[in-house]
Design a protein around this ligand. Structure first.
Ligand code: ARE
Length: 547
């Protein structure tokens, strides 16, 4: 039996999986039912530990270090009402997640090209001229050694294709790099510069919508029902826009004013957050699916190594599943998903942007709303939800849609480093938003507040932060347990916690202290140096580092 309504297990991916030399067994019990649980594999018994709980369930786990092979196992559960239940026997080979391995070795750096570095001084900028800062791909090429020096080995760029806006989420031509960014030629130069330095490249794929000015949509605007592209979009009536709309669009009002005026008119198509500039594609149309797959494939051929999929949660998972089958297995795919990533993982994307982790990080590190115990439960719960896919999520402290982390902690560089020390020593793929490494602050409020331009005058850099960020990246990349290891809590107080990352015989011990006092710990019978307020301690073999 797989269980009753009180306890449950099945040999499916989230309950039985193999990852990096070990097999994880998960048993789920209704809240308050399980007193203790034991796993018996091929006759040998192991105690299970309570990993996490949510509103409905408790999750118990056991980990066995062995190669994947067919197993025969069962569970013995002692309930709080005093009865003994046996679940099983089960006979199964542990499931393995299909994913490229290079992301596990990666630390990402995210760049919004317009805000990073100006390579080409003279250029024509499109409509919303005043919002452009003029950064481009040549600028990235010129500063590629900044990335190399930092130690990152993967780059995620927000959209680089032809568009009207500085952010590029309104794509007009999916097959060419925007001229303002240096065009296809600059892309080739960038790919070369990155490849020479062993840095992977991930592009931003905007396939939820196109630009209003994409030729497909313009054709629908012009030819209405007769357009061969009418089924490419979610049109609600013809004509899609009124003559008043077209007149306004053709007028010579400044872009921002025009954008605002158009916003108050009506139109007959669905769009991203009711933004007229971003008509939504019709994902039910197989031709749209072919188009998406073709664009993705062609840039992988031209040197990209993966895709971040924009508004991925606004497109059916089945579409991504189909597209993935047509792409090389080495391409890393992660979706922008803002809440529970489960419908978007496993056979859909390899990872998601880990917004659930981000929320927990903010609540513990920035807003101090929760204590370590609750934070750790959140982590383990996420682990129970995502299973092996958790190792492939894209983890961040901030990005182009959030405020900068440093601003959320009122400019306290030590608190930023504490949170970063956690990110770099936790499961999932860590990413740094350009400028965080030098203490760059945002401006204003809201989702574009963090998009401040990168300063290249080194006098403006926070040198101490830079040194420590480098060090953390170096740890992450040189200590395999940090990317592939199991995560186990060792001890916790209100505002500090300690854990180990274990990979076979290798182990890294980490203590994160966000409290105002020094924390003294002993580990493995050894007393460790005190962890000063707002800092982190790392120990591997007999090396101890305090940051
Ligand atoms: C601009 C302004 C905004 C203004 C908006 C509407 O910056 O202040 O509100 O226009 O006029 C891109 C640009 C944005 C731009 C937007 C529209 O980067 O600057 O906004 O286009 O022109 C939701 C989506 C999520 C999306 C975020 C931004 O679900 O997919 O909103 N993220 C991606 C990209 C963005 C990009 C787009 C999508 C569009 O990463 O950079 O925006 O291609 C809650 C909700 C979420 C919501 C989130 C943030 O958590 O649950 O659904 O995310 O708030 O608003």
């Amino acid at each position: 039996i797989a269980g009753d309504d009180e306890v449950y297990h099945s040999p499916a991916l989230l309950y039985l999986y193999h990852f990096a030399g070990r097999t994880h067994f998960i048993l789920r019990g209704k809240r308050g039912v399980v007193r203790s649980a034991v796993l018996a594999v091929n006759g040998e018994k192991t105690d299970m530990w309570k990993k996490a709980e949510d509103g409905l369930f408790e999750y118990y786990e056991a980990v066995l270090w062995q190669e994947p092979a067919e197993l025969e196992y069962y569970f013995l559960v002692e309930t709080t009402s005093g009865s003994l239940k046996k679940l099983g026997p089960f006979r199964a080979v542990p499931n393995e997640l299909e994913a490229p391995s290079w992301p596990l070795e990666s630390v990402f750096y995210q760049i919004m090209p317009d805000r990073f570095a100006v390579g080409i001084q003279e250029k024509r900028l499109p409509l919303e001229g005043e919002l452009f800062h003029g950064g481009d791909l040549k600028g990235i090429v010129e500063h590629v050694d900044h990335l190399k020096g930092l130690g990152v080995n993967a780059l995620y760029l927000t959209p680089i294709f032809e568009s009207m806006t500085y952010h590029g989420y309104d794509i007009i031509d999916y097959y060419h790099v925007a001229r303002r960014l240096g065009g296809d030629e600059a892309f080739e130069e960038l790919v070369k510069a990155l490849k020479e330095r062993g840095i992977k490249l991930v592009l931003d794929g905007v396939f939820h919508h196109t630009s209003f000015f994409h030729p497909f949509f313009l054709d629908v605007v012009k030819n209405g029902e007769k357009s061969q592209y009418k089924d490419f979009y979610r049109v609600t009536g013809f004509p899609v826009v009124s003559s008043e709309f077209l007149e306004l669009l053709g007028s010579d009002l400044p872009w921002i004013e025009k954008h605002k005026a158009l916003k108050s008119l009506n139109w007959n198509y669905e769009s991203f957050f009711s933004v007229w500039l971003m008509p939504r594609l019709n994902h039910e149309n197989p031709k749209v699916v072919d188009f998406i797959a073709d664009v993705m494939e062609s840039w992988l051929e031209r040197g990209a190594d993966g895709w971040r999929l924009d508004v991925a949660h606004g497109v059916p998972p089945s579409l991504w599943r189909d597209v993935r089958k047509r792409l090389p297995k080495e391409a890393y795919l992660f979706g922008e998903v803002m809440d529970d990533g489960r419908p978007w993982l496993f056979d859909v994307f390899h990872g998601v942007m880990n917004y659930l982790l981000y929320d927990a990080i903010l609540r513990f590190f920035a807003f101090e709303e929760i204590k370590a115990e609750e934070f750790l439960n959140e982590l383990n719960l996420l682990s129970a939800y995502y299973g092996p896919a958790e190792y492939f999520t894209y983890n961040f402290l901030d990005n182009h849609d959030t405020e900068r982390f440093i601003d959320l902690v009122n400019g306290d560089g030590k608190r930023y480093l504490c949170a970063l020390a956690f990110l770099m020593t936790y499961k999932g793929i860590p990413a740094i938003f350009y400028g965080d490494e030098i203490g760059l602050k945002g401006s204003g409020e809201g989702m574009s507040a963090g998009r401040t331009p990168m300063p290249w005058k080194e006098e403006l850099w926070d040198e101490e932060t830079l040194q420590k960020v480098r060090k953390l990246i170096d740890f992450r990349r040189s200590l395999a347990p940090l990317s592939r290891g199991d995560f186990r809590v060792v001890a916790a107080g209100d505002r500090w916690f300690a854990y180990k990352r274990v990979l076979g015989a290798e182990e890294v011990f980490v203590a994160i202290n966000c409290s105002g006092e020094e924390v003294k710990l002993t580990y493995g019978g050894k007393s460790l140096p005190g962890v000063p307020p707002t800092s982190a301690l790392l120990m591997y073999k007999s090396v101890i580092e305090v940051l």
